[in-house]
Structures are given as structure tokens and as C-alpha cells.
Write a protein that binds this ligand. Sequence first.
Ligand SMILES: C[S@@+](CC[C@H](N)C(=O)[O-])C[C@H]1O[C@@H](n2cnc3c(N)ncnc32)[C@H](O)[C@@H]1O
Length: 291
Amino acid sequence: MNNRVEGKVSITAQGTCLGRTVSYYEKDINYKSNDYIAPILVPSYLGLLAKYGFSRKILKKQFLKAPGNYEYLIARTKFIDSIFENIDDSIEQVLIFGAGFDSRAIRFKSKLAKATVFELDAPGTQQIKIDRFRGQHIEFPENLKFISIDFNHESLSKKLEETGFEKNKKCLFLLEGLTMYLNQESIDNTFNLVDNYSGENSLIVFDYVSASMVSREKTYNDPKIRQYYEFLAKVGEKPRFAIDGQIQDFLANYNLLLLDELDSTRLAKKYFNKDDFGLIAQKFRIVMAKK
Ligand SMILES: C[S@@+](CC[C@H](N)C(=O)[O-])C[C@H]1O[C@@H](n2cnc3c(N)ncnc32)[C@H](O)[C@@H]1O
């Protein structure tokens, strides 16, 4: 049974939040990222274990064992944080799809002061997030609006219109760790919405898995990777969407123009200063595109 359908909290959203918590306490500058809110959002015993080198190692062994996924998460966090650090006042609406425990609306509050921020997520996960923030007496900025939605079964445009989203404004869309969990129809709905509802020069940042790299991964038959997929299937969050071929062709379907695409090699060089092929899981790509 699917956790999201059951209204439970997403396991993968909790996993990425734990990854950012562990990374926040890392001493190695390459491994350290700056989501200072993540440690508050994980169960307190995990936050405590992440603080100390010895127990951090155990946490990583226990929870972050799919090869290269932890390094990918760190690089992705840093890359997207840098986009928010450099956001300018021309962005009028920021939409964070599948937000999970994303804390950027708070961490980059002053950068986002002139924009309206929409966080969209499955109801179970979104409610737990709201409760955790309230439980920690963390205030939400006034310009933050929550939209609970199942992308695979509900109308995105209707939900947005009901919540005050305005068409044709310059937007930043973020889909971090999301596309792989959507079906083809909701991918089309989401990317068509970017095309039809946002203003010129709107930006979209998303990551995806490369279909050819997933097939290659299968031929390696690595037991750790197999266990990781078995675990995702068990908790009802099996990845189901991958992109085949050139990203430019995918983007062209929605009239979007590629600005940048980072694969594992570029991410390893940029964030770990390493040429090491394989440090970061090779199936992931991060894309920035504009309307
Ligand atoms: C891997 S987590 C990523 C969370 C967050 N963006 C991050 O990077 O930490 C995937 C997120 O997508 C959301 N999600 C997946 N499928 C969804 C669907 N069909 N409808 C709504 N949300 C969905 C989950 O609830 C979860 O928060």
C-alpha cells in the first residue's frame, strides 16, 4: 500500500531530511551543507545521533546506504540553496512541488520577501511538517501558502487557482526529488502548467533519473542498490518515472529552454572537488531551464 495514498508521512521525505541533518553536522567541508532547520525536523534521537562523529557513522551505515545517494543529496542541497541565495526581486511566485521537509521558505525568508511562496505536497506529509514546525515554535513566513495535493490524482491548476496563484507572473518552480515518483500524466500536467501559467523567463529547477543509467544500474546487480529499491517498493514509494534521451528534447515538449544540466561527474567536481566517477550516484541529473 502506498504511504501517500494512506495519508502517512512520506518515507523518502523523512530520508532526505535525515540526510541533510547528518550533512549539517559533518566536519568535512565538502560533506557539510547548511540546512540548520533539518535537525529540528527529524525525531530528536536521530538529531542527537547525527551530532557526534561516532554515532553519525552508524546513522549513515544504517539509513544512508544506497551508494552515492548521500553525496548526491548534499550536492543537490548546495546547488538549490545557491539558487535561492541568488534569487532576485523579479521572481514573484516560488512554487515548491513535493516540498517534504524543505525549509527554504524560512532559511531564505529575506530573499523571498517580495514573492509569494507555495509549498505543494501530499496531505499526510504536509500536515506532519506543519505540526513539527509548530511543535518547535518555528513561525511560517506570512507569504508562505500550503497546498495539499496528490499530483497523480488531483487537478494542479484548480488547486493553484483556489490558493491565489496568479497566472503570467515570473515564477521559480522547484521539483526536488519528485519527478521520479510521478506518473507520465502528472509530469505532463506539471510541465504544461509551467508553460501555460507562468510569465516569460520563469525558471524551473528539477532533478530526474536517467533511464539508461537505471538500466545500467540493474546490470551491476549491486545488492545494496537492490535492497534500496526493495525498501522503496515496500514503503510504497517505488520510483516510476525516468527520462530517456536528451533533456533538450524533453524540455522542448513544454517550450522550455535548457540553461544547465549537472550530472554526477560535474556535481562531484563542483561540490567534492573530485574527478571520482561513482562518488555520486550516476543516475541522477539536476536541470535548470527557463520559459
Ligand atoms: C524524496 S521526497 C523529496 C522531498 C523534498 N523535496 C526534499 O528534497 O527533501 C518526495 C516528496 O514528493 C512528495 N510526493 C511524491 N509523490 C507525490 C504525489 N503523487 N502527490 C503529492 N506529493 C507527492 C512526497 O510527499 C515527498 O514529500
